[in-house]
Design a protein around this ligand. Structure first.
Ligand SMILES: C[S@@+](CC[C@H](N)C(=O)[O-])C[C@H]1O[C@@H](n2cnc3c(N)ncnc32)[C@H](O)[C@@H]1O
Length: 233
C-alpha cells in the first residue's frame, strides 16, 4: 500500500500488535535500555508506526535555528531513521548527511528524500565504530544517543567531537529523567548527567525541558541540549 504524498511505502503490516491492531510499543520496549534489533525493527515495522516518527520538523530544532540565526552549513542527522528531519533540513538549504545503523532505515530515508526531490547523503554507519568523516558544522541527534548503552557513551562523545567543526554545535535531544509515562525504552537524562557525560570534550551551553514529538500520546518528556566542543576559538 502506498501513502501518496508522504513518500513512505507501507510494505509490512505491524508484526507486534495490541488488541486494536496497532504496533504494541510496550511489547517492543519492555525495559529501560532494552531495544529490539534496529535493522529487524525497520525491516518488519512500517516506519509511520514507530514512536519517534513525525513528518514535522522537530520544534526544538526549528527554534534553535531561528534563535541562533543558523541558515547555512553542513549538518549530520545522526541516527536519522526514516530521514524526516534530514529531509526537512535539506529543504531549508543545509548540506545534509543522514546516518543510521540500520540499512533498512537508510533505504526508507532514501526513498523519502527522493519523493521530496531533495538531495541528502544517506549512509549506513554505526556511530560507535564510525567511518564518517567530518567536519560537520552541526550534528543533530534526535533520539540516537539515548538508546546507546551507558558504557558506550564515552565513544559517542569522542566521535561526536571528532566529527564536529571546532566552531560547531551538537544539538542533542533525549528523554528527560522525569519521563515516567512510558515504562521502558530510551535512557533518561538530567541536565547534570548530560553535562558530566560530555564534559571531557564539550561545554553544555543550554539545556531545557521539552517534548519528544512522535506517534505517542502524550508525547514523552525530553531534554534538548546544545553543546559546544571545548577549545573552540
Ligand atoms: C529513536 S530513533 C530516532 C530516529 C530519527 N532520529 C527520528 O527522529 O526520526 C533512534 C535511531 O538511532 C539509530 N541507532 C541506534 N543505534 C545506533 C548506532 N550505534 N549508530 C547509528 N544509529 C543508531 C536507530 O536505528 C534509530 O533509527
Amino acid at each position: 500500500m502506498h501513502h501518496s504524498g508522504i513518500g513512505f511505502d507501507l510494505i509490512n503490516e505491524p508484526s507486534t500488535k495490541n488488541q486494536k491492531g496497532e504496533l504494541d510499543m510496550d511489547a517492543l520496549f519492555r525495559k529501560e535500555g532494552e531495544f529490539p534489533d534496529w535493522e529487524t525493527l525497520y525491516n518488519t515495522e512500517p516506519v509511520q508506526t514507530l514512536p519517534w516518527f513525525t513528518l514535522e520538523p522537530d520544534l526544538d530544532l526549528v527554534c534553535t535555528l531561528k534563535e541562533h540565526h543558523i541558515s547555512s552549513g553542513t549538518f549530520l542527522d545522526l541516527g536519522t531513521g526514516p530521514g524526516t528531519q534530514a529531509v526537512w533540513l535539506a529543504k531549508q538549504g543545509f548540506q545534509v548527511t543522514g546516518s543510521d545503523l540500520s540499512l533498512s532505515a537508510i533505504a526508507a530515508a532514501e526513498h523519502y528524500a527522493r519523493s521530496q526531490g531533495v538531495c541528502v547523503a544517506l549512509v549506513e554507519d554505526d556511530i560507535l565504530a564510525s567511518s564518517l568523516e567530518g567536519p560537520f558544522d552541526y550534528i543533530f541527534d534526535r533520539g540516537c544517543f539515548h538508546v546507546l548503552p551507558p558504557e558506550a557513551r564515552a565513544v559517542y562523545v569522542q566521535t561526536a567531537f571528532r566529527l564536529l567543526n571546532p566552531q560547531g554545535r551538537l544539538l542533542l535531544k533525549c528523554f528527560h529523567v522525569k519521563e515516567t509515562g512510558m515504562q521502558g525504552g530510551p535512557h533518561r537524562f538530567s541536565t547534570e548527567l548530560i553535562r558530566s557525560t560530555f564534559s571531557s570534550h564539550f561545554e553544555l551551553l543550554t539545556s531545557h525541558e521539552t517534548h519528544f514529538e512522535g506517534t505517542r500520546s502524550p508525547n514523552p518528556l525530553a531534554l534538548f541540549n546544545i553543546l559546544q566542543p571545548r577549545n573552540a576559538k
